[in-house]
Design a protein around this ligand. Structure first.
Ligand SMILES: [Fe+2]
Length: 317
């Protein structure tokens, strides 16, 4: 049972309005690489070893279709499924072999107590080579979810999936499943919905080069460049064509379980009265606040959705 915990975030799966336009954004602007397509979906890799870090599928409306976690081996997957069943969350079926055209492996799908779709898998094919281009993302760094019932979500991630609490603020709880300060965070907000997905860049120069590439393609930096409080990671935030928030990040704190002490909201309020450690970022734009709440991709602000389509149509069409 020692292995029965999640060890990382493999990939994110998103429903998008226009598969072709979104694929153009994620390859030419965001600098992922298409690795394969199957059915209604396209898979994209980053420069790290993970088979794919993003899957997009054409849907009538944008949607979060999955956050996909790694576990060490089949026995860990089986044990995690048993724990999730015992906890009472919805399971899509017992662990089974996965689609070989998407890297294969062994896993199962489930929903969080909030009803958001997730999966856990092992033995997915990894890429043998790592592409060396520091302006391109290496992997998924972290995923942040909104929840109106954070007190129900955090115990699930800790007790069932094996995450540890790294830090808390008045806004968020930060959860880790590796040395990375956080691979997941839960935002005290309306929801359930996706707040943002962060992609890791190798270093600050790479983050700035990548940020410049996205900006030169017509996408405003909606928040950043700055350095966060908890996790101390450098960030720049954008709104992609479907209204999802996408972050480039680097230099996330690496924690040692033996020595790390989680800090609480009062600590961070005293420590970090500014929005970022550098004082360069200022507050997020109003569009970014709306997007982080899920309002843009959920279609609660149609005017903003039209604007996103205008941008992608003009720059990539
Ligand atoms: Fe983030």
């Amino acid at each position: 049972m020692t292995n029965s915990r999640v060890t990382g975030v493999r990939s994110i799966e998103l429903g998008v309005r226009d598969l072709h336009q979104s694929a153009e954004f994620y390859t030419k602007v965001w600098a992922l690489e298409q690795v394969c397509a199957e059915g209604d979906g396209i898979h994209f890799r980053a420069t790290g070893g993970e088979h794919h870090v993003l899957t997009i599928r054409e849907r009538p409306k944008p949607a979060l279709l999955g956050v996909h976690f790694a576990a060490n081996d089949r026995s860990a997957v089986d044990a995690l499924c048993a724990k999730a069943k015992g906890y009472g969350v919805k399971i899509a079926g017992d662990p089974a072999p996965l689609d070989p055209t998407a890297g294969g492996g062994y896993g199962f799908r489930f929903c969080t107590p909030d009803g958001l779709p997730m999966s856990i898998s092992s033995d997915i094919v990894q890429h043998p080579s790592v592409v060396l281009d520091r302006s391109r993302p290496t992997k998924i760094s972290h995923v942040v979810l909104n929840s109106a019932r954070i007190e129900d979500q955090v115990p699930f991630f800790i007790d069932v999936l094996g995450f540890k609490l790294s830090d808390s603020t008045h806004l968020m709880d930060f959860l880790r499943c590796s040395a990375d300060h956080h691979s997941m965070a839960i935002f005290r907000n309306n929801g359930p919905s996706l707040n943002h997905v962060a992609y890791e860049l190798p270093n600050i120069d790479g983050l700035m080069r990548g940020t410049g590439r996205v900006k030169q393609n017509g996408f405003n930096i909606e928040w950043g460049v700055g350095r966060h409080g908890p996790g101390s990671n450098v960030f720049s935030y954008f709104i992609e064509p479907n209204g999802f928030v996408a972050e480039y990040t680097t230099e996330l704190d690496q924690l040692d379980d033996a020595t790390h002490v989680p800090q609480d909201a009062d600590y961070w309020q005293k420590m970090m009265p500014m929005p970022d450690r550098w004082g360069t970022a200022g507050p997020p734009s109003n569009r970014m606040r709306a997007a982080m709440s899920g309002a843009l991709y959920l279609g609660e602000e149609q005017r903003e959705d039209v604007r996103c389509e205008d941008i992608i149509g003009r720059k990539l069409g």
